[in-house]
Design a protein around this ligand. Structure first.
Ligand SMILES: [Zn+2]
Length: 279
């Protein structure tokens, strides 16, 4: 059982590398409204399709020295880094949702998979928001029903563990996050005329609420708003003009931190929240 558990940790890491490779495809294609299924990946410089053996996560990039085999054009190190991030986050998701060999059952593995889907949306959304200043519906609106369905599915499988928020928690979290950020966006628009909070951000926070429940979405928006304001002030001082930073990456980073270490972080930094929510 223990040996099998150790083996599965390795499987989770390799699975994450492969999914990380798919994240790269989503990051490149969703902002352009292209399909992520077809056609096969091609070199952006020369258009030569990338053969399967040149598309092995991380390894191919290292073997080819970060260059296209056909034309020699450099391939950005963000590709292998995103793949590595996928491996790491899948490994950590396994450790978080299947914490001991005794937890090796369908319910815990399903929880790990469900939250890795959410993590995927957060990572892809953050990268796209940094590059294009948009949050595509695939990583925001589409995640709301997934989170609500998980709130029904995981308890039905008998899942008890970290983030077992149930369908009530998922629905309340989505309402709370969407309601709070939705009204803030409306009020901001009415009173300042500046769209500092976009509808993509509102949709993202709704999805975060559906996956993390009321405590999670409150902690993420509370800290996210502080961090965002701080980053905005620093960026404005450095650039010596008013700078608006995309909010998505900050919210996504906060939600990621909560998925993996929420209980630890809340206990350490927000003890009054921890007391309020510990049964
Ligand atoms: Zn090429």
């Amino acid at each position: 059982m223990v040996a099998l558990y150790t083996l599965y940790q390795g499987v989770a890491f390799v699975f994450g590398l492969v999914i990380g490779s798919f994240w790269n495809v989503c990051i490149a294609r969703w902002p352009e409204d292209r399909s992520v299924v077809a056609p096969r990946s091609a070199c952006p410089a020369c258009g030569t399709p990338i053969a399967a053996w040149d598309n092995v996560p991380v390894l191919s990039w290292l073997v080819l020295g970060g260059r296209c085999r056909a034309c020699g054009a450099p391939i950005a190190p963000t590709y292998p880094l995103v793949e590595l991030l996928g491996g790491l986050l899948a490994f950590l998701a396994w450790r978080r949702f299947v914490p001991t060999p005794a937890d090796l059952d369908v319910a815990h593995v399903a929880a790990a998979l469900v939250y890795f889907v959410f993590v995927s949306a957060l990572v892809v959304g953050a990268f796209i928001d940094i590059r294009h200043r948009i949050l595509p519906d695939q990583v925001t609106l589409a995640m709301v029903p997934v989170g609500l369905a998980a709130g029904v599915l995981l308890p039905a499988l008998g899942y008890v563990g970290w983030l077992d928020i149930g369908w009530r928690g998922a629905a309340l979290g989505a309402l709370l996050g969407g309601g709070f950020f939705g009204s803030a966006a409306l009020l901001g628009r009415v009173f300042t005329g500046v769209e500092a909070l976009g509808w993509g951000d509102v949709r993202l926070v709704t999805a975060i609420g559906a996956f993390l429940g009321p405590p999670g979405v409150m902690v993420v928006t509370f800290w996210g708003t502080f961090v965002q304001a701080f980053l905005g002030i620093v960026a404005t001082i450095v650039a010596q003009r008013r700078v608006y930073l995309p909010f998505g990456p900050t919210l996504a980073a906060g939600a990621l931190a909560y998925v993996y270490y929420g209980d630890v972080l809340v206990a350490a930094w927000l003890p009054m929240f921890a007391r309020a929510w510990t049964p």
